[in-house]
Design a protein around this ligand. Structure first.
Ligand code: SAM
Length: 246
């Protein structure tokens, strides 16, 4: 099934509404399940992705689909930007991010805002760098989401996207498919009380145009020097691209 038409709850509402509802439902257990189900490897992947921006030392950053804020917090640790804004369509996820911001006294550096990647509430050419972790797979219109992030990126700016991908080689492919198909929905049902959300997870990964198909889409909307780096047997991938100076 295509990325755009795959939805968590199979109701008549738009994918965006269903995705926002799903993340509102699971926001309380999201962080725990993330680290638990990935055996903590997601933390290593996040650090590796953020290091892609180290040499450019961005000052003003945007973290799209920021959720509970972990990717933005990693940017703050590694890159020390002057300001980072997190945007997400789920109020529940943002409430968890806001709690972390307060607890860490980061109000001057990190702020969050309700907003949609397909129509971002920012002027053209605003940010030095944009990050997205495990968000693009959930966009209703992937091309539009990539295009609007390109619009708000400054010329010379860089985007870093981290997303699940589909391993191709035996036996990782088979193990991964088994884990995602049978184990994660069970954990989702047990801990998050939302089996549909964790059934949607592997389905959305399978439907996502990963690897070169994704870098081709990035190029189509304007990014150049696109690079695709598979991590840990291709379970996740880092994608980067540049908005060329005019
Ligand atoms: C799997 S979570 C990732 C959260 C966080 N980036 C992380 O790494 O843990 C995906 C997030 O994408 C958000 N999302 C989905 N579609 C979006 C869109 N069109 N615009 C902004 N956020 C979106 C969801 O609400 C959810 O919080």
């Amino acid at each position: 099934m295509e990325n755009q038409t795959l939805t968590p709850y199979k109701s008549d509402r738009s994918k965006k509404e269903q995705v926002a509802e799903m993340f509102n439902n699971i926001s309380g257990t999201y962080d725990f399940l993330n680290h638990f189900m990935s055996l903590g490897i997601d933390i290593i992947w996040r650090k590796k992705a953020i290091r892609e921006l180290k040499s450019m030392a961005p000052k003003y950053m945007l973290d799209v689909a920021t959720g509970t804020g972990d990717f933005a917090l990693e940017s703050i640790n590694i890159l020390k930007p002057e300001k980072i804004v997190g945007v997400d369509i789920s109020e529940g996820m943002l409430a968890v991010a806001e709690k972390k911001i307060k607890e860490r006294n980061l109000e001057a550096v990190f702020s969050v805002k309700l907003g949609d990647s397909e129509g971002l509430p920012f002027e053209d050419n605003t940010f030095d760098a944009i990050t997205v972790a495990y968000g693009v797979r959930n966009y209703e219109n992937l091309e539009q989401g990539l295009k609007d992030m390109f619009r708000v990126l400054k010329p010379g700016g860089k985007i870093v996207i981290l997303e699940f991908s589909n391993p191709q080689k035996f036996p990782i492919k088979q193990l991964y498919n088994f884990y995602f198909k049978y184990v994660t929905p069970w954990f989702g049902k047990f801990f998050a009380k939302d089996k549909a959300a964790y059934t949607y997870l592997p389905e959305s990964v399978a439907a996502f145009p990963d690897g070169e198909r994704f870098t081709t889409l990035m190029q189509k909307v304007g990014y150049s020097q696109t690079i695709h780096k598979p991590l840990t047997f291709g379970i996740s991938s880092i994608y980067t691209g540049i908005k060329h100076e005019a």
